[in-house]
Write a protein of this length. Structure first.
Length: 387
């Protein structure tokens, strides 16, 4: 009878779900006193069937009753992500990451979970996140995956698109032991879009802003043994992160003399990342003092540019000393050779920039000595008297 009751209970829940009858679904779950074993069995079956709304609601009820296990945590984390419930997503992640489970999974059980839940449920979600280049959702999915099945990464490659979208760096952050890192999730795709061509070769990178040194370790592993990684920070304690192929210098972005001394001491880099203090003065000083120190073909990446709109960092919308407004003037230099206005003439920036790319809080400038382009006109005209 108990077995039949469980089967009928699940069938009723799935029927309400198919009919999109949320009120009936909730009433069936809440208005009857179901034993925990029945709720667990129904939630597990719904999860394995990919019926996430049913699994999520049952997991919330079980969590509220203190009936935790790994599958409850997984259903809460994934359901919270799918249905936009950040509090339940975090509650599930806490259960997965902080060892809140009352029934820890054995290796065999974890493999079963991976094969019957993770792959079928996560595959379409991962593919959609990758296709849409939704790095925020991708990161949260990968956090959940990593918490449930730490060995998932080997099977994740088949979900990755050909164009780098940040998965390599994200997997370092989630899987590898490293010092503390603080990065916005969408930066990872930007990094890989511009830095991938340097992997496996000899590359020199300078990053302003060391903090605890985690990103310097990330760059060291990402680029490989031919990389020389230099960090710059005003805090002398950052010297503790020095290791093979990583060297930290003390410097002050507010002080141009300090920056010039650093420039004299540091080799010409392929990549400069400004993740320093993020004030308007610091960002402008660093760009002006170091842009021309880049190798030809190099990349200057300034991040956290949202501080241009934050008074705490000297940012004021449309103010003349705002870093975003400052860089907008460089856009004119990209096109200055065509100017018929004497107020705009080509300068060293215009002769040295190939492109400027703006993203949320990030600017990427590609440095390349540029001569005037040639207008190519070839082919048979389709009609006369055209210009």
């Amino acid at each position: 009878m108990v077995e039949m009751a469980q089967s009928e209970f699940l069938a009723t829940l799935l029927r309400f779900d198919e009919q999109n009858d949320l009120e009936g679904l909730l009433a069936q779950i809440q208005n009857t006193e179901h034993p925990p074993e029945r709720l667990h069995a129904a939630m597990t079956a719904a999860l394995l069937a990919g019926r996430m709304r049913v699994a999520f609601i049952l997991a919330m009820l079980l969590g509220n009753r203190g009936q935790w296990n790994a599958l409850v945590s997984l259903a809460l984390a994934l359901g919270g992500l799918l249905f936009g419930n950040a509090a339940e997503e975090r509650r599930g992640m806490d259960g997965l990451l902080l060892g809140r489970d009352t029934l820890p999974l054995a290796d065999a059980e974890r493999e079963t979970l991976h094969g019957r839940v993770v792959v079928p449920v996560f595959s379409p979600l991962l593919q959609t996140a990758l296709a849409q280049a939704d790095s925020g959702r991708l990161m949260r999915l990968m956090e959940i995956l990593h918490a449930v099945t730490p060995g998932w990464a080997a099977g994740f490659d088949r979900f990755c698109a050909e164009r780098p979208r940040g998965e390599t760096l994200l997997r370092f952050i989630l899987e590898r032991p490293h010092r503390y890192i603080d990065k916005w999730s969408h930066y990872l795709e930007i990094y890989e879009r511009y830095f991938a061509r340097y992997r496996g070769g000899e590359v020199t990178l300078i990053e302003f802003g060391v903090s605890h040194g985690g990103s310097l370790q990330m760059w060291k592993e990402y680029f490989g043994p031919g990389a020389r990684i230099f960090g710059v920070d005003i805090d002398p304690r950052c010297a503790v992160v020095n290791e093979e192929n990583i060297t930290v210098f003390q410097g002050n972005q507010d002080d141009r003399n300090s920056l010039r001394a650093l420039r004299a001491a540091l080799p010409r880099p392929d990549i400069i990342i400004d993740d320093g203090g993020h004030t308007m003065t610091q960002q402008i000083n660093t760009l002006e003092e170091f842009f021309f120190h880049l190798k030809d073909g190099g990349i200057f990446l300034a991040e956290d540019l949202h501080t241009s709109y934050m008074r705490s960092h000297g940012g004021v919308y449309r103010a003349s000393d705002n870093f975003i407004e400052y860089t907008k003037r460089l856009i004119d230099q990209l096109n200055a050779r065509y100017s018929e206005d004497p107020a705009l003439s080509l300068d060293d920036y215009g002769r040295s920039m190939f492109s400027m790319h703006y993203f949320d809080s990030v600017l990427v400038i590609e440095k390349r000595a540029e001569s005037a382009p040639i207008q190519l006109q070839r082919g048979t005209p389709s009609f006369n008297n055209f210009s």
